[in-house]
Design a protein around this ligand. Structure first.
Ligand code: ADP
Ligand code: ZN
Length: 603
């Protein structure tokens, strides 16, 4: 079976997403790999498919007990033999699992990092064939990351004690270049294939509001989302309590989660949310690590988080199944003060010395400034986020609060002509700064020395520096200009330049309005035309099956699969198999029941 056939057979998907194939092919060729992909991009499949295609066992080191259980549930539902070994099992259960594993009962075994060097586990690992070791949430090995886990440092020792070194694959959603280098070096990856996919999550709609009354803004936002599942993040336990209480009073099916609750209540509330018994989870940022729920359709931040990293990670828990989802941040000036206070009074961190303390606090203050700018900007919000993570996005995404209100289509043909002819006159030899300087008529020493003030295009633009950069960026993205890849990039004419220079062609782009409207209106997604009654019936069936199987509903099928059923209206098992997310085993197990519901509604 090929990787693609394996994907279809077990997971029911027709094709790989960007990046998945590269990593899978690499692993199958016996290479170490490092995958850096945003949450929801589909990292798990990158090691699960090779695990199925090689003989021997794949061990997955994962820091999160709740996530292990979900993943093993999901694999089992798809007909893939898997198990987990962590502190939630009794000694007897662990013995039993290891014994089964020795007899070849599992292809994948999830294990907590603390367990690796335990004598019984080590002995087991040395006695079987481990074809791959996967390190999930690999950034936990780096002290530079936010979630350093000392037990991750033991992984190399574990590998060294194995009779044969397995292929290593490491995955993370959050990694700056520093953390990336750390992962490769500390795990001892051997010339790994490193794949970093874009951080863009196209299905997420971003919006920032600065309401006088946050609670009113929240309920306005929730008013048409009664059926949807979502998270409301608050910065303090007290706010969680207050908001959750109010929502309950107002008839919302909500629950709460923060570190001040008893373990048992936290656990129950989390399960209620996972199993769709509760729709809205009001929580501090303690909630969500390892929540692998694919049908979260919104994430509201009731308070501004401490930095963009946290924000994007938390907001990214929405829309993991690929459907459109909303990320709303409710900002107030008080949020900045609260965060500053927390930086100054952080009790969670012990600083080794005064100097480090100041350094780290300054870093945190800088990060706080960056997210405050995010809340204040009129520019495209997605663009802001992606730039923050080092990408070069277009200035208009069309799917965020700014783009839907602050932008208008402008004819920039004249500006484009001016810019392109200036690039030509400057003989395609200079960077963007010099280009804008000349266009704006700068008399700087450098401009004069190079004689660029003599060019006929010197000073022909009345635009501001920022506007010019926006237009130039757009011209680069649309092929009128090229920015070279050098250390000092140079602007050159692109393939399409002649269209404009010869005259005739027009160029349009979305430009930010000079005076943005203060009121941010909500953009509505165009909802696919599906039979809502059928969708509701399918959800009901899924809920019933999930209860029988004692797993969360999305483990049976994600929403995207139910939606695809509504669109394709399959009448036979073969047709049902063509629905995205329906694999062989689930077809056998649940196919008939779903077909029956579809048949009764389709008439
Ligand atoms: P990550 O671990 O990167 O956060 P997951 O592995 O949990 O993401 O995948 C997120 C969702 O995307 C899951 O519901 C998964 O089944 C789905 N998915 C992964 N790969 C594909 C694919 N090739 N086609 C369709 N859906 C996919
Ligand atoms: Zn945008």
């Amino acid at each position: 079976m090929t990787a693609l056939e394996t994907l279809k057979r077990y997971f029911g998907y027709d094709g790989f997403r960007s990046g998945q194939e590269t990593l899978i092919d690499g692993i199958l060729a016996g290479k170490d790999v490092l995958g850096v992909m945003p949450t929801g991009a589909g990292k798990s499949i990158c090691f699960q498919i090779p695990a199925l295609m090689t003989d021997g066992i794949t061990l997955i080191v994962s820091p999160l007990i709740s996530l292990m259980k979900d993943q093993v549930n999901a694999l089992t539902q798809s007909g893939i033999p898997a198990a987990f070994i962590n502190s939630s099992l009794t000694g007897w259960q662990i013995d039993k699992a290891l014994q089964n594993a020795r007899n070849g009962a599992y292809k994948l075994i999830y294990v907590a990092p603390e367990r690796l060097l335990a004598p019984d586990f080590l002995q087991f690992a040395q006695s079987i064939k481990i074809s791959m070791l996967t390190v999930d949430e690999a950034h936990c090995i780096s002290q530079w990351g936010q979630d350093f886990r000392p037990s991750y440092s033991k992984i190399p020792e574990f590998i060294a004690s194995l009779p044969k070194r397995p292929v290593l694959s490491a995955f993370t959603a959050t990694a700056t270049s520093k953390v990336r280098e750390d992962i490769a070096a500390l795990l001892g990856l051997n010339e790994p294939i490193v794949l970093i996919t874009g951080f863009d999550r196209k299905n997420l709609y971003f919006e920032v509001q600065k309401p006088k009354d946050k609670y009113a803004a929240l309920t306005a936002f929730l008013s048409n989302k009664k059926e949807n599942s979502g998270i409301v993040y608050c910065s303090t336990r007290a706010t969680v309590e207050e908001v959750c209480e109010k929502l309950k009073k107002d008839g919302y099916n909500s629950s709460r989660y923060h570190a001040g609750l008893l373990d048992s209540e936290r656990h129950d509330n989390q399960d209620d949310f996972l199993y769709d018994r509760v729709k809205i989870m009001v929580a501090t940022n303690a909630f969500g690590m390892g929540i692998d729920k694919s049908n979260v359709s919104f994430v509201v931040h009731y308070n501004m988080p401490k930095d963009m990293e946290s924000y994007y990670q938390e907001a990214g828990r929405a829309g993991r199944g690929g459907e459109p989802a909303d990320c709303l941040l409710l900002y107030s000036g008080q949020d900045v003060r609260t965060n500053l206070w927390m930086i100054e009074n952080n009790k969670d961190v012990e600083y080794p010395d005064k100097e480090t303390e100041e350094l780290l606090k300054e870093r945190d203050r800088k990060r706080l400034r960056e997210i405050t700018f995010y809340c204040a900007t009129n520019d495209c919000l997605r663009g802001y986020i992606l730039k923050y993570f080092g990408e070069n996005p277009p200035n208009y995404c069309g799917n965020c609060g700014s783009c839907s209100t602050n932008f208008e289509t402008a004819d920039i043909t004249i500006d484009a002509q001016k810019i392109l002819s200036c690039v030509a006159r400057m003989r395609e030899r200079y960077g963007i700064k010099m280009l804008t300087d000349v266009l704006r008529g700068s008399k700087s020493e450098k401009v004069l020395r190079l004689g660029l003030d003599k060019l006929s295009t010197h000073g022909i633009s009345e635009k501001t520096d920022k506007q010019l950069r926006e237009i130039i960026n757009q011209l680069i993205l649309t092929g009128y200009l090229i920015k070279t890849d050098d250390e000092y990039p140079v602007i050159k004419l692109g393939e399409r330049a002649s269209e404009v220079l010869r005259g005739g062609g027009t160029v349009q782009m979305k430009l930010s309005k000079e005076k943005p409207q203060p009121e941010i209106s909500k953009k509505q997604f165009s909802v696919k035309q599906i039979d809502n009654r059928l969708f509701a019936a399918l959800r009901e069936l899924r809920f019933a099956i999930a209860n029988e199987q004692n797993v969360p509903a999305f483990v049976i099928f994600p929403d995207s699969t139910l939606i695809d059923m509504c669109l394709k209206l399959p009448a036979t098992k073969a047709e049902l198999l063509s629905v995205s997310g329906v694999g062989q085993v689930k077809l056998e197990r649940y196919g008939e029941r779903f077909l029956k519901v579809i048949a009764t509604h389709a008439t």
